[in-house]
Design a protein around this ligand. Structure first.
Ligand SMILES: C[S@@+](CC[C@H](N)C(=O)[O-])C[C@H]1O[C@@H](n2cnc3c(N)ncnc32)[C@H](O)[C@@H]1O
Length: 376
């Protein structure tokens, strides 16, 4: 479930210490630090350390105040507890609360660890000739999340159980289009959570986006119940991608998206209905991506292998958007889709089974009337 105001914390994370501290106080320092630590647990991939056990205390300073939380790590997962329940700490990590906010949710270049200190309380050295405490493996994993690096999207897709790499090979293409946006506070909306009728299954790609876009709020819609799928910064809604009233209700809660990924029914009519409704509501500079375009050629999905330019198929519709990019060059006033989308589509990219549409202001104008190419 997305905390309603976590976006404020993410936005503040790009600001000064004073700005961050003001938001921390308004947010509630206890709740804020807890949310930051939940994020670090998510980013730590603790399932890779199934035998590690440790209690890590975080002591975060905000003016005169110190906010403490403990993370208990065992059996490949981490849980946050109230002090007494979590057990005696093996190690304490101290830092300024504002620095932790910036390190977790700030832009990449702004992260520091200037105020951080690690104090080991137990000594269980790695080996007779290596005095580093064994719990260092856990602490390193937890702190890794304060400097998210260049995670490989294919590896994340496999880890979280999305078919975006392996069955399809979209992740290098996503990397190409998403990398410039990665450091910004964003809202990402995916149509199709996954897992179909199983309410506990799916959500692999939502976790993928949560990890990759470390400053984003992630929303997913699905025709099936998905309330059991989620996590901090992730929220799901139940309804059809082809229902404009439902989509409006979702956007009412999430705000306008920066990125929409259509991985829903893949039926041509649904793909086109969602695109028609959501593209105008995308933020300028945003991206709209349509996966699994192979269904555009398959009658079962409303597609056709004969009428390749039919605007009733997903590919036929996207091809019209390619013309919309050049809407100002037509010798007759554009109409229909070209007229509707033209002023707002600045790029259309076609890849194997994936379409990417860039939103922006497309009003450069055509060549001036005196240009030789225009006469005759
Ligand atoms: C391929 S799965 C999504 C996989 C997920 N995006 C991932 O990469 O992990 C497609 C999902 O779309 C959902 N779906 C089917 N028709 C839909 C519709 N009309 N509106 C919204 N979701 C729909 C299905 O229930 C299914 O869970």
């Amino acid at each position: 479930m997305i905390e309603d105001d976590v976006g404020e914390l993410i936005a503040a994370a790009g600001g000064t210490d004073e700005t961050i501290e003001g938001v921390l106080r308004a947010f509630g320092p206890e709740r804020a630090v807890r949310l930051l630590l939940e994020e670090l647990v998510h980013r730590a991939d603790l399932e890779d350390l199934p035998h590690a056990r440790a209690v890590v205390r975080f002591a975060c300073h905000l003016g005169e105040r110190t906010v403490e939380h403990r993370i208990r790590v065992e059996k490949g997962s981490g849980s946050l507890g109230a002090d007494a329940g979590a057990g005696e700490p093996d190690v304490t990590v101290r830092c300024a609360a504002a620095e932790l906010v910036r390190a977790v949710f700030g832009p990449t270049g702004a992260r520091t660890s200037a105020t951080r200190r690690v104090e080991w309380h137990t000594t269980d050295p790695i080996g007779p000739h290596n005095e580093v405490p064994r719990t260092a493996f856990v602490v390193q994993r937890l702190l890794r999340g304060t400097a998210p690096g260049r995670e490989d999207l294919a590896e994340l897709a496999l880890r979280f159980g999305s078919d975006k790499w392996g069955l399809h090979f979209y992740t290098p293409l996503y990397e190409r289009h998403f990398a410039p946006l990665r450091d910004r506070p964003l809202t990402v909306l995916e149509l199709g959570v996954g897992g179909f009728d199983d309410p506990r299954a799916g959500g692999g790609s939502l976790q993928l986006w949560r990890r990759y876009f470390h400053r984003a709020l992630i929303a997913g819609i699905d025709i099936a119940e998905k309330t059991a799928v989620g996590g901090a910064r992730v929220r799901t809604f139940r309804g059809s991608q082809a229902d404009p009233d439902f989509l409006d209700a979702v956007l009412e809660e999430t705000g306008p998206p920066d990125i929409v990924i259509d991985d829903g029914s893949h039926r041509c009519a649904d793909v086109i209905a969602s695109l028609r409704h959501l593209f105008p509501r995308l933020r300028p500079g945003g991206l709209y991506l349509v996966e699994d375009l192979q269904t555009s050629y398959w009658p079962r999905y409303g597609g056709s292998s004969e009428s390749l330019s039919s605007p009733a198929t997903s590919m036929g519709f996207l091809k019209e958007l390619a013309d919309a990019v050049n809407h100002e060059e037509l010798n007759v006033p554009p109409s229909g889709t070209v007229a509707d989308f033209g002023p707002h589509v600045v790029g259309v990219h076609f890849y194997h089974n994936l379409g990417v549409i860039e939103k922006g202001v497309n009003q450069e104008g055509t060549l001036p009337p005196w240009h030789p190419a225009r006469s005759g």
